[in-house]
Design a protein around this ligand. Structure first.
Ligand SMILES: Cc1cc2nc3c(=O)[nH]c(=O)nc-3n(C[C@H](O)[C@H](O)[C@H](O)COP(=O)(O)O)c2cc1C
Length: 216
């Protein structure tokens, strides 16, 4: 029985494209895996705290010499790390905010990347090979070759974390041009945006079926 960890990070609930992609993924996952279990962490609804000094120090000090504040911060990191390690598969939905990921998602990543637990010191890579799926939404167009593509700091960063460092089996699916029809100057891009969104929805379902099938 496989366990999925589902993370959402859009601050918007009504009409969120990244949440819509995650919904499509979840439905296809659950159909393929009716006995599977899912944990859902909604960073848009409930952000995790920024990593602070107590949280950093807690990873290096023996429990018996930690202050109450360090123990509390360490316990939160433990909870988030355990939640990630318990997942056979990971799906994260995220919008582009100011050319990067939402700060809520960055805060979660800062909390869960712990050397010797999720990040390897030596050869041991606890999450290596597990399927990770990123479902991204971009207001503009950032596909390779697009004029704005060099300003996409979302994908290179997330690739560094989940593919290069954690060595997860990463697939990235994105809906582009989601602001077409909403902001002036993008009127001609509405059809392209609709196609990008429907392609992304189909790709999210397909990926969910494949990842679930591989874990069945
Ligand atoms: C605070 C904020 C910052 C944004 N910054 C960018 C940006 O830098 N580039 C871009 O293409 N779109 C930007 N957008 C548009 C979002 O990426 C787009 O609306 C996306 O669909 C939001 O995801 P959601 O639909 O899942 O909420 C921004 C939106 C917000 C609310």
């Amino acid at each position: 029985m496989a366990h999925l960890l589902h993370i959402d990070s859009s601050a918007v609930f009504e009409g969120s494209v990244s949440r819509e992609l995650a919904g499509a993924f979840r439905r296809a996952w659950s159909e393929a895996h009716p006995d599977g279990t899912v944990s859902h962490r909604d960073l848009g609804a409930t952000a995790v705290p920024h990593l602070d000094e107590a949280g950093i120090v807690s990873q290096f000090l023996p429990a018996e010499v930690q202050s109450a504040e360090q123990r509390k911060a360490g316990a939160l990191r433990d909870e988030l790390v355990e939640e990630l390690l318990a997942a056979d598969a990971l799906v994260i939905s995220a919008p582009m905010y100011n050319w990067n990921i939402p700060s809520t998602l960055k805060a979660w990543i800062d909390q869960v990347l712990v050397a010797g637990r999720t990040l390897a010191f030596g050869d041991a890579k606890p999450l290596a090979g597990r399927p990770a799926t990123l479902l991204l939404s971009f207001g503009g167009g950032y596909t390779p070759g697009a004029p704005q593509a060099p300003r996409n700091h979302v994908e290179p960063y997330l690739q560094t974390v989940f593919k290069d460092e954690l060595e997860m089996d990463l697939v990235v699916i994105s809906a582009q041009l989601t602001l077409a029809g909403k902001v002036p100057g993008m009127e001609d891009l509405v059809d392209l945006a609709q196609k990008s969104r429907s392609d992304a929805l189909a790709a999210a379902e397909e990926r969910a079926r494949k990842a679930a099938g591989a874990l069945a």
